[in-house]
Design a binder for this molecule. Structure first.
Ligand SMILES: Cc1cc2nc3c(=O)[nH]c(=O)nc-3n(C[C@H](O)[C@H](O)[C@H](O)COP(=O)(O)O)c2cc1C
Length: 199
């Protein structure tokens, strides 16, 4: 089974990337056979969607095709998204416009939002309401918010990280993997030709 972890920060060496790497380790501890594709949107520097994407030139050639293939081959997605200005990041919104080829279609997604303070709720509400229509991603009902993210360091968390958070993450990751595995048969009846976009 293949899982993609997308870090949606705009910053190199971000907290989102740190959390993405930790989640990758957690997933591999749960199932060492998982194939994990990590996509750091800060590093990949994908431009905003534009009509040029159709031409398949420049970044829209090999670079994008390789990312798209990796996402298409995935059975589930974890999106690590920081709160910027009380919103999901533009990079997070952009990836949903770029993936117009069914990459996310009818596959489970887990939102992990992060904040250096007490925020982190807004990206979840925004993504749950606006990212799924054409991508058909299925956000699972659980999500994770990591507040005071700079203090998040499993084994020696800072004082603002609650004890129970590691257990909750473990629980949600197990659920997410169960969704990823059990939702595979659904995709056999998906008709993207006639119903590629939502209503
Ligand atoms: C442009 C910008 C806007 C931000 N706005 C918010 C915000 O509205 N709420 C919040 O809780 N944190 C906000 N922060 C702080 C981020 O939560 C914090 O910097 C976090 O580490 C960013 O994640 P990253 O390192 O993955 O980019 C903002 C940070 C940046 C760079």
């Amino acid at each position: 089974m293949k899982i993609s972890i997308i870090s949606a920060s705009h910053r190199i060496n971000s907290e989102s990337k740190k959390i993405s790497d930790l989640l990758k380790n957690n997933l591999l501890n749960l199932n060492s056979n998982l194939n994990i594709f990590s996509l750091d949107l800060a590093k990949s520097s994908l431009p905003l969607w534009s009509p040029d994407k159709k031409n398949g030139e420049g970044v829209w050639g090999e670079t994008w095709n390789s990312i798209s293939k990796n996402l298409e081959n995935s059975d589930g997605f974890i999106l690590v998204v920081p709160e910027y200005g009380g919103m999901a990041t533009p990079a997070a919104k952009n990836i949903f416009l770029l993936c117009g080829n069914g990459e996310f279609s009818h596959k489970p997604g887990l939102i992990v939002s992060i904040s250096s303070g007490d925020g982190g709720a807004y990206p979840i509400s925004e993504l749950r309401s606006s990212s799924y229509k054409n991508t058909h991603i299925m956000w699972i009902p659980e999500n994770i918010i990591i507040r005071n993210v700079e203090e998040f360091n499993p084994g020696s968390h800072g004082k603002n990280i609650p004890e129970w958070l590691d257990y909750r993450i473990d629980y949600v990751l197990k659920l997410f993997l169960a969704y990823a595995s059990n939702m595979k048969p659904i995709r056999k009846i998906v008709n993207r030709k006639d119903f590629g976009n939502g209503m």
